[in-house]
Write a protein that binds this ligand. Structure first.
Ligand code: RUB
Length: 428
C-alpha cells in the first residue's frame, strides 16, 4: 500500500492537526491494513479509490497514521493526525463524526478505543467553553475555593415536591443551620414526572434556598435537572432563571452534544452542572469506545461548568461506579488544565460517597471539586440534616489529614462530632 494514509515519516504539526490516540484490536492478519483504513475511513477515503479523488485532496486532507506501537500480532496503539481543514469551527458532532464515527463499525476491527485527543488552539478557541467555571461558581457561593459538598435528594424518584424540597432544606441546613452542605442536585432521571412536577418542585426548593439565605446568610446552590427535548429544556431553563435559581443541570450524554451546545449558546447566566449518565456505554470497556477524559474535553468545549468524572475509589472496594484513580485524574486534568483561552470546569465526584470514603476523594482531588453524596447523607440514622452535618465533619477531618476509619472515629469523638460518630457507628 502507498503512504497516503500511513506514513511513519510524516511530521504531524500539533498546531495544524488534531491528533488522536487509538488502540485497536483486530482479527489476526489485519493490523497493517487498519493502519491505512482507520485514517482513510475517518477522513477523505472510502473502501476503494473513486474517480473524483485528486492528488490535491489526498495531499491536503487525508488523515495519516504516523506512529504505531505494536503490542502483539492483533493489538496496537496508533496516533493519527487529522488536518485542521477537515474540522468545522464550534461543531462537536462534526468533530466526533470524523475521528469517532464510522470507524467503530469497521469489520476489519474487533475493538477500537479513542484514548486521547490533542486539539490545536486554533480550533479550541472557536468553541465558547464554560461561561463560569470553578471561579464563577466560587463567586456565586462566596468562597475562595472548594471542596464544595453536595447531595442528591434520595429516594431518587417518588417523593412529592414538598418532601423533596424539605429534604433539600434539611441537607442545606444541617443540624444547626451552618453545618449543612452547599450544593443539591436532582438525580439524573428526575425531570417532570406526575409524582413530582418540575415547576412545583423547583419553586418550592428555591423558596427554601432563599430561606437559608435569610436565616444564615449562606448562598446555596440547586442544580435543577432541565433534561428533555431542546425546546423543553429552554422552557425549563427560563423557569429556573425566573425563580432566581443559580444552576442548571443537564444529562449531557443522553441529551447529546448539540443540545448542550444549544443551551450554552442561550447564555442563561447560570452555571451548567453536567451529569454523565450513560457514559459507561462509551467509556467502560477499556479496549473499546472513548476514554472519559476525551468526553470531559468535549463537554469543556461545549461549555459546561462542572461535570461528573468519578470518585477515584471505584476499584478500591468502595463506591458504586467502576473507574480507577488514574482515569479520574486524567479526566480532571482535561477539565482544569490550560486549554486555549478557555475557562476551567470543576470536576464533580459522586456515586457511593460516604463518611468513610470522602476523605480519600478530598485527599486526591481537593480543593477544586464538588463532592455529592446521596445515600451517604440521607442514610444517616438521624436523617438528612444529621447526614449533611456528619459529611461536613468528615470533610473537616479530611482537611486535617484524618482519613482512615479508626483515626476518623477517634477524631469524631475528640471533636464531639456527634453526627459523625453516629454515622460511623450507625447508631441513632
Ligand atoms: C449518587 C448518584 C449520582 C451518580 C453519579 O448517589 O446518584 O448521580 O452515582 O455517578 P449515591 P458519577 O451517593 O447514593 O451513590 O458521578 O460516577 O457519574
Amino acid at each position: 500500500m502507498d503512504k497516503e494514509f500511513y506514513n511513519e515519516d510524516f511530521n504531524a504539526d500539533p498546531d495544524a492537526n488534531v491528533i488522536v490516540d487509538f488502540k485497536v484490536i483486530v482479527p489476526k492478519g489485519n493490523l497493517n491494513r487498519v493502519y491505512h483504513e482507520i485514517p482513510a475511513e475517518s477522513s477523505v477515503g472510502t473502501w476503494q479509490r473513486v474517480a473524483a479523488m485528486t492528488d490535491d485532496i489526498l495531499r491536503k486532507l487525508s488523515a495519516k497514521t504516523f506512529q504505531v506501537e505494536k503490542l502483539s500480532d492483533t493489538e496496537a496503539k496508533l496516533k493519527v493526525a487529522y488536518p485542521l481543514e477537515l474540522f468545522e469551527a464550534n461543531n462537536i458532532p462534526q468533530m466526533l463524526s470524523l475521528f469517532a464515527g464510522n470507524v467503530y463499525g469497521m469489520n476489519s476491527l474487533e475493538y477500537l478505543r479513542v484514548n486521547d485527543v490533542h486539539i490545536p488552539n486554533e480550533l479550541i478557541n472557536t468553541f465558547p467553553g464554560p461561561a463560569h467555571g470553578p471561579k464563577g461558581i466560587y463567586d456565586i457561593i462566596g468562597i475562595d475555593q472548594g471542596p464544595i459538598l453536595g447531595t442528591i435528594v434520595k429516594p431518587k424518584l417518588g417523593s412529592p415536591p414538598d418532601v423533596h424540597a424539605k429534604t433539600t432544606y434539611d441537607a442545606w441546613r444541617g443540624v444547626d443551620g451552618t453545618s449543612g452542605i452547599t450544593w443539591v442536585k436532582d438525580d439524573e432521571p428526575q425531570t417532570d414526572q406526575d409524582f413530582c412536577r418540575f415547576e412545583d418542585r423547583i419553586g418550592r426548593v428555591l423558596e427554601y434556598a432563599d430561606q437559608i439565605k435569610s436565616e444564615t446568610g449562606r448562598q446555596v446552590i440547586y442544580a435543577a435537572n432541565i433534561t428533555g427535548s431542546i425546546s423543553t429544556m429552554m422552557k425549563r431553563a427560563d423557569y429556573v432563571v425566573d425563580q432566581g435559581g443559580k444552576c442548571l443541570m443537564i444529562d449531557v450524554v443522553t441529551t447529546g452534544f448539540s443540545a448542550v451546545q444549544h443551551i450554552r449558546e442561550q447564555d442563561y447566566g447560570l452555571p451548567i452542572h453536567a451529569h454523565r449518565a450513560m457514559h459507561g456505554a462509551l467509556t467502560r470497556h477499556h479496549d473499546h469506545g472513548i476514554h472519559m477524559k476525551v468526553l470531559a474535553l468535549m463537554y469543556r468545549l461545549a461549555g459546561v461548568d462542572g461535570i461528573h468524572t468519578g470518585t477515584i475509589f471505584g476499584k478500591m472496594g468502595y463506591g458504586k461506579i467502576e473507574e480507577d484513580k488514574e482515569e479520574v485524574l486524567s479526566s480532571n486534568k482535561k477539565l482544569m488544565g490550560d486549554l486555549g483561552n478557555m475557562k476551567q470546569v470543576i470536576p464533580i465526584a459522586s456515586g457511593g460517597v460516604g463518611v468513610r470514603n470522602i476523605g480519600k476523594i478530598i485527599d486526591a482531588l481537593a480543593p477544586h471539586v464538588v463532592i455529592t453524596a446521596g445515600g451517604g447523607i440521607h442514610g444517616h440514622p438521624d436523617g438528612s440534616a444529621a447526614g449533611a452535618t456528619a459529611m461536613n465533619q468528615a470533610k473537616d477531618a479530611a482537611l486535617q489529614g484524618v482519613i482512615e476509619d479508626d483515626a476518623l472515629l477517634q477524631w469524631a469523638k475528640d471533636n464531639e462530632a456527634v453526627e459523625l460518630v453516629k454515622a460511623l457507628t450507625n447508631q441513632s
